[in-house]
Design a protein around this ligand. Structure first.
Ligand SMILES: Cc1cc2nc3c(=O)[nH]c(=O)nc-3n(C[C@H](O)[C@H](O)[C@H](O)COP(=O)(O)O)c2cc1C
Length: 200
């Protein structure tokens, strides 16, 4: 506290530096790399669609809430609005082709499950299944959808979470075993392979 009061009175010196001004239309590129997930959602007949998402985030601990941002023109947008549930599937880098496919084809005209060869498995609490090849899963019930600009923020209450046995140790992702998929924009991906780690 002392430190804060002291420093707020200080006349902070600013320096000149050369930053390159970027393209505001692609402002979100500065947030990359973003972990890339596959979200499963069901149509009214119970058929499952898969959408690739990079815009997603935890929102609250209590209650446990997770947000995903989806453009209204996506087929999955209508599915989630109708079914009021979705499953977040965190996936390894090895599924990069499947993620690219599910992120460039619409479930309206393509059976992405069939084309990618991904496997569905029963989720524990929802009708919407999870993707077996993912390493962790959040089963979410829709609590709110709020339009923001050209996307809708779907907020789901996380009802059940599950993960592969070897994916986490003491709640920490085992980056020696699991290499999560990250998107860096312009159809390019990366991973946390041999990531540096510091634990305090
Ligand atoms: C890596 C990647 C990330 C994406 N992230 C999002 C996103 O966060 N929100 C979104 O609305 N679309 C996103 N997309 C686009 C959708 O995945 C894409 O339009 C998809 O074909 C929609 O499928 P659907 O019509 O079956 O719902 C992303 C695509 C890729 C390749």
């Amino acid at each position: 506290m002392d430190f804060l009061m002291h420093s707020s009175k200080q006349n902070i010196k600013q320096v000149n530096c050369m930053k390159v001004e970027g393209n505001i239309e692609k402002y979100y590129h500065y947030a990359f790399p973003m972990q890339t997930i596959l979200v499963t959602c069901n149509d009214q007949a119970g058929k499952t669609n898969i959408i690739t998402l990079a815009w997603h985030t935890p929102i609250s601990r209590k209650p446990p809430l997770y947000g995903i941002s989806i453009a209204p023109k996506r087929y999955s947008h209508a599915l989630i609005e109708n079914s009021k549930e979705f499953v977040i599937n965190f996936i390894p880098y090895s599924l990069v082709e499947a993620a690219q496919f599910c992120g460039t084809h619409s479930g309206l005209s393509t059976d992405k499950l069939c084309k990618t060869g991904l496997t569905l498995a029963h989720s524990k609490t929802l009708s919407t299944p999870l993707i077996k090849e993912g390493y962790a899963h959040l089963e979410c019930k829709l609590v709110k959808s709020v339009p923001f600009g050209d996307h809708t923020l779907f907020v789901g209450e996380v009802i059940t979470v599950s993960a592969d046995e070897d994916a986490f140790k003491n709640e920490l992702l085992r980056t020696d075993q699991i290499h999560p998929l990250y998107y860096i924009g312009e159809n390019a991906y990366t991973t946390l392979d041999r990531a540096k780690r510091k634990t305090f």
